[in-house]
Design a protein around this ligand. Structure first.
Ligand SMILES: Cc1cc2nc3c(=O)[nH]c(=O)nc-3n(C[C@H](O)[C@H](O)[C@H](O)COP(=O)(O)OP(=O)(O)OC[C@H]3O[C@@H](n4cnc5c(N)ncnc54)[C@H](O)[C@@H]3O)c2cc1C
Length: 662
């Protein structure tokens, strides 16, 4: 017999290769291997029926990312000995077309009925390999992904033997799990081909317009009286120097003219329930009046485009609110917008501005022990990304329009990262803006000038240890100080609570993965557009909104929403109707008690709503009757994984540090 035996053990030709020995192997090893083959043959004969599987294991070198640490050849050689494994192969990139083709071909040609791929994170390629498995004609949920890159080779790069053992044990666990796997089908839910966009700033308008352009109906809800968001307050924007109003007007025209878009301003979303494809939402006017109506409607997807809130300094922070001449950047922009085109001087109150200072990083990049925490007890440790270029643009504008004004820039770092933004720094320097650099640990000190000297020296003085002049302490009087205030998360706690949306440490909404799923939230069917996700400039905001629209449109491409089947399932034979699972469930409507007839009697039993269940397993943990379990992650599968990790693998000895696991 040259094929694999019926129990899925290694092919005879491979055994023959081992028995014949490879060049350089000694006689003792040859005998040991021959005995091993005989032992396996005997084990196969006594193998229980349910273990007679044909599992293919594919081990990726990941171009050296894995194989530089893990001995992948040894892994393959060892896992071939695990009952049920029919073949184990090593490939340089299993994710490549030839790698995937090998899997599909082997399923057909070697009659495999389960597949394991040991490679990188499932985030990257689980779907890729499910596709390869499906193309081979196998149920894609009879596939297990093992992450031996992040969890073995990268985690234990200084311990190759341990990493190799760990990879073997992880694969053994996956093989064990597959012994208890059942074919599963994707969950298909009805799809309401209509999207809700919350927030009518540039992100919301762009997302709505792009969705409508693909023929999808959109409900756009804006809480304020007008569309446009923060750009309504802006004037000329960098790097185009085009007016923010024009940009808003262009987008608003697109939105208003599109018959697929319904716009509701001065309105807010007051209730959201349901799930992807089928969200029930309620929208109410902010101020109820005679014409006001409450709208209850259904949408298939929701785009969160609720934007940001500018940082507002505490009273007294750099003398804000104590000295009228200390203003935030948005306040300064309003002042500049109010200046008549032919004005020769810049005045504030009755005072002519002769010296003006800009201070970077106010409310951003805060340091423990240096800055006071926000009311929620946290520091804004992130960079707001748009403040540096805004300051440089404003400093340059002041110099160009009012050359008699002296302009000073107190910065920690200059971060002009976007295309065309560095030019503002260069031009500001050339125009005579004077720069001082401070250390984050020692921000500048701002003090009120004594009454008698305010007219001559300026209303406030700024003292800085200037690292550009080797830490020299300098004090400068100015007529106006502009605080370069950054962005903070918008006030959407109610929506976050209702929709169970995840936020990051910084309080902004958090995407599933910054690179792989950058506009998706972990709540299926809810997408992110613009600065609701974190500080972004206009270009980034529009790109993100466009991506969210594409993602939502792709969801609507099919009549049904298709979801992974990893949700809870109730065994009605075991359920006693005690409802502990329902009490434990955190996801409204995911588990309910429903009346039903069991054995001729009307009783209440737990029922799962597959659209709302996230497969967290909290219900499984509390059921005393084991009447509820997770499809694809059943308790017997976990047990099999633990057994797989701990089982003896013939011919394989653990590295010393793994022996302690046994
Ligand atoms: C001072 C300053 C100057 C800037 N200058 C520039 C520049 O020159 N160039 C540049 O590229 N970028 C600049 N930016 C960045 C730019 O402002 C943002 O990229 C842009 O405004 C982001 O748009 P958005 O739609 O994401 O958010 P926003 O503009 O904040 O719009 C969000 C909208 O959602 C609405 N909303 C919020 N909550 C709800 C709710 N619950 N229900 C309904 N509606 C809601 C809000 O009312 C608002 O209309 C600047 C930022 C700041 C702070």
């Amino acid at each position: 017999m040259s094929e694999k035996n019926e129990n899925g053990l290694r092919r005879q030709d491979e055994e023959a290769q081992l028995e014949c020995g490879e060049p350089g192997r000694d006689e003792a090893a040859r005998v040991e291997r021959a005995m091993e083959a005989a032992r396996r043959q005997e084990a196969a004969e006594h193998q229980p029926e349910e273990e007679k599987l044909r599992i293919g294991v594919y081990i990726c070198r990941c171009g050296g990312n894995i194989s530089d640490v893990v001995d992948v050849e040894r892994v393959a050689e060892t896992v071939r000995l695990i009952p049920g494994v029919a073949t184990a192969k090593v490939h340089t990139f299993v994710c490549s077309d030839p790698g995937q083709q090998t899997i599909s071909n082997d399923i057909l040609e070697e009659n495999l009925d389960r597949v394991v791929v040991a490679s990188c994170s499932p985030f990257l390629h689980e779907q890729t390999f499910r596709g390869a498995v499906a193309r081979g004609g196998m149920n894609p949920y009879l596939y297990e992904h093992v992450n031996i890159r992040e969890q073995a080779s990268w985690a234990h790069k200084h311990d190759p033997a341990g990493a190799t053992d760990k990879a073997i044990r992880m694969i053994a666990a996956a093989v064990g799990k597959l012994h208890h796997a059942a074919p599963l089908e994707q969950i298909k839910l009805p799809n309401h081909r209509r999207a809700l966009v919350i927030g009518g700033g540039i992100a919301g308008m762009k997302a709505a317009a792009d969705l409508a352009g693909r023929g999808i109906r959109v409900l756009l809800v804006e809480v304020s009286e007008r569309l446009g968001g923060r750009l309504n307050e802006r004037g000329a924007v960098y790097p185009s120097e085009r007016s923010g109003d024009e940009l808003v007007a262009d987008l608003e025209r697109r939105v208003r003219r599109d018959p697929n878009i319904e716009v509701l301003v001065s309105s807010q979303v007051t209730a959201v329930s349901g799930f992807i494809g089928n969200f029930k939402v309620q929208v109410q006017p902010v101020r109820p009046d005679a014409k006001a109506r409450v709208i209850d409607t259904t949408v298939g997807a929701i785009v969160m485009a609720t934007g940001f809130r500018p940082y507002v300094p505490r009273n007294g922070e750099f003398l804000y609110k104590n000295e009228p001449c200390v203003v935030t950047m948005p306040e300064f922009i309003q002042l500049m917008r109010s200046v008549k085109p032919d004005a020769r001087t810049l005045t504030f109150g009755k005072r002519e501005i002769r010296k003006i200072a800009f201070l970077h990083c106010v409310g951003s990049r805060q340091l423990d022990g240096v800055h006071e925490p926000q009311p929620d007890g946290k520091l804004n440790t992130y960079c707001s990304r748009t403040c540096c270029t805004t300051i440089l643009q404003q400093a340059l504008t002041v110099r160009e329009r009012f050359p008699q004004i002296e302009v000073f820039d107190f910065y920690r770092d200059i971060r002009t990262y976007g295309r065309g933004e560095e030019a503002y720094y260069t031009e500001a320097s050339k125009s005579g803006v004077v720069f001082f650099r401070y250390n984050g640990e020692e921000p500048p000190r701002v003090e009120s000038a004594p009454a008698g000297r305010r007219a001559r020296d300026g209303a406030v003085s700024i003292t800085v240890k200037d690292t550009l002049t080797w830490g020299e302490e300098l004090t400068l009087g100015v007529d106006m100080l502009v605080l370069g205030t950054g962005m903070t998360p918008g006030p959407i706690e109610d929506l976050i609570g209702q929709m169970k949306l995840p936020t990051g440490e910084d309080g902004f909404l958090q995407e599933v993965h910054p690179k792989l799923r950058p506009v998706e939230l972990s709540v299926n069917g809810v997408l992110l557009a613009g600065t609701a996700q974190g500080p972004m400039n206009i270009q980034e905001t529009l790109a993100a909104a466009g991506a969210a629209a594409v993602k939502a449109a792709a969801m609507f491409a099919k009549d049904n929403v298709e979801l992974n089947p990893y949700v809870a399932a109730v065994d009605l034979d075991l359920c006693r109707g005690e409802a502990q699972c329902v009490t434990q469930c955190d996801y409204d409507g995911a588990l309910t008690m429903v009346p039903m007839e069991v054995g001729g009697e009307m009783v209440e039993r737990a029922q799962v709503n597959a659209g709302l269940c996230v497969g967290c397993g909290a219900c499984v943990a509390v059921c005393p009757h084991r009447a509820i379990d997770l499809n694809g992650w059943r308790l017997d599968q976990y047990e099999a994984m633990v057994d797989g990790i701990a089982a003896d693998i013939p011919g394989h000895e653990c590295a010393a540090d793994l022996v302690s696991i046994h």
